[in-house]
Ligand binder design. Structure first.
Ligand code: FAD
Length: 380
């Protein structure tokens, strides 16, 4: 059995993994990056919206943008009058192209990107076993393998709260410049969306998969029925056509940040992106935080391999400084909403609206705490 011993092994070539691979390769380290799919980015499992600030981190984002977004419209229950959030600027991506652009940048920087085999198992000493028989014993292992991360599981960090989604791409009758959000007590712990992409739109919805909805079959059936009803409503309003071009879905971690550094024997382990639980628990947005945290993980690893032992703790601290305030606020709002379902109750329209980022009430002042709640409690 040949055991490869690169400086860095990155698992997953989504946005987090590609950025980590690029940053570590740029620092002159020997980097292998592993992606189970045949190529980065496809099949697309995303509604494809990113806020404008992504331009700071990915200046070439214009090359993979399908259209720009100017505002957000929030619809609550059956009310067809929307609450408008102006100045909600962003981009609708071609997510497949976006992910490939980042993976190509990693390869250009010198990362050895390998496709088509998955990480099967990770030993307690940090040895990584692949489905095709490859074996690695890296100095550093970066887990950027998404919401159900194997690297995370190997260090005991698992995203336990998830939203399950279903989305179709449909023709759009008229051009649209807003992301439309649909809030309903039926979409427990989630929401519906219409995100326009030129002549088409991604229409989807997500719901919590904890507790009563944990059974996969009933979750899938529920999602299917609710999405069919949302599509019917939009077709009745003559906003979309009835043909569906693409069906997708996937899990979104909504339980907040996990502890993202550990050691497996002599191997240092870092998590980034969805694997680290950095997706916003209310909006489900995770592309920007994946890009940012991937880059941060890569830089920390370069320092670590070059002898700065404190870089591992530094990464954990930096994640907290950058992401905890927003993640903790979203977690609180999410929990407030879910609490309304206790004893068979349901949130009313006002409560639903107040739990969404479009409402000033969502942004009401919070106690100052920068430390991740779950990590502080030791329950992650
Ligand atoms: C339906 C849906 C809609 C969404 N819409 C938006 C949106 O509009 N805007 C937004 O910001 N966010 C959105 N998100 C969230 C966003 O897609 C994620 O937060 C983002 O992809 C996280 O990037 P990542 O690199 O951490 O993980 P991923 O993009 O999930 O990348 C992980 C990679 O690891 C690979 N991998 C997994 N396991 C293994 C293994 N064992 N071995 C090798 N490779 C492996 C996977 O194939 C994948 O390529 C959405 C998510 C879903 C499901």
């Amino acid at each position: 059995m040949t055991v490869e011993m690169p400086d860095v092994l990155v698992v997953g070539l989504g946005p987090a993994g590609s950025r980590a691979a690029e940053a570590t390769a740029r620092a002159g380290l020997q980097v292998v990056a592993l992606e189970k799919r045949a190529q980065a980015g496809t099949p697309v499992q995303c509604a494809e919206f990113v806020p404008s600030m992504i331009e700071r981190d990915v200046p070439a984002v214009g090359e993979v943008t399908e259209q720009t977004i100017a505002r957000m419209l929030t619809f609550v229950e059956d009310d067809d009058r929307a609450e408008e959030t102006p100045e909600f600027r962003g981009r609708m991506l071609d997510r497949g192209k976006f992910d490939r652009l980042l993976a190509e940048n990693a390869a250009k920087a010198g990362a050895d990107c390998r496709y088509g085999a998955a990480v099967l198992r990770i030993g307690a000493d940090g040895t990584v076993f692949m489905t095709d028989g490859q074996v690695f014993k890296p100095k550093v292992l970066i887990g950027a393998d998404g919401p159900r991360s194997r690297v995370g599981a190997a260090i005991g960090q698992v995203n336990r709260e998830l939203v399950e989604t279903r989305q179709v791409t449909v023709p759009l009758v008229l051009p649209h410049d807003a992301t439309d959000i649909f809030l309903s007590a039926d979409y427990r712990g989630g929401y519906g969306w219409l995100f326009p992409k030129g002549a088409v739109a991604n229409v989807g919805l997500g719901i919590n998969v904890d507790g009563a909805l944990a059974d996969d079959k009933s979750t899938r059936r529920g999602l299917k029925e609710m999405l069919a009803a949302l599509l019917q409503r939009l077709a009745n309003e003559r906003r979309i056509g009835t043909k569906a071009y693409a069906l997708t879905g996937g899990a979104i971690p909504v339980g907040g940040r996990l502890k993202s550094t550990a050691k497996l024997g002599a191997t240092a382990v870092l998590l980034a992106g969805d694997a680290a639980g950095l997706t916003n628990p209310v909006t489900g947005a995770g592309i920007s935080s994946a890009v940012q945290s991937g880059t941060m993980a890569g830089r920390a690893v370069a320092d670590l391999v070059n002898g700065r032992a404190a870089a591992l703790d530094g990464y954990e601290e930096e994640l907290g400084d950058i992401f905890d305030a927003a993640l903790n606020r979203a977690l609180r709002r999410r929990r407030e909403l879910l609490a309304c379902y206790a004893d068979g109750g349901r949130p009313d329209a006002r409560t639903l609206a107040d739990g969404w980022i479009g409402s000033p009430r969502y942004w009401r002042p919070e106690p100052q705490d920068k430390t991740n709640e779950k990590i502080k409690e030791g329950t992650s």
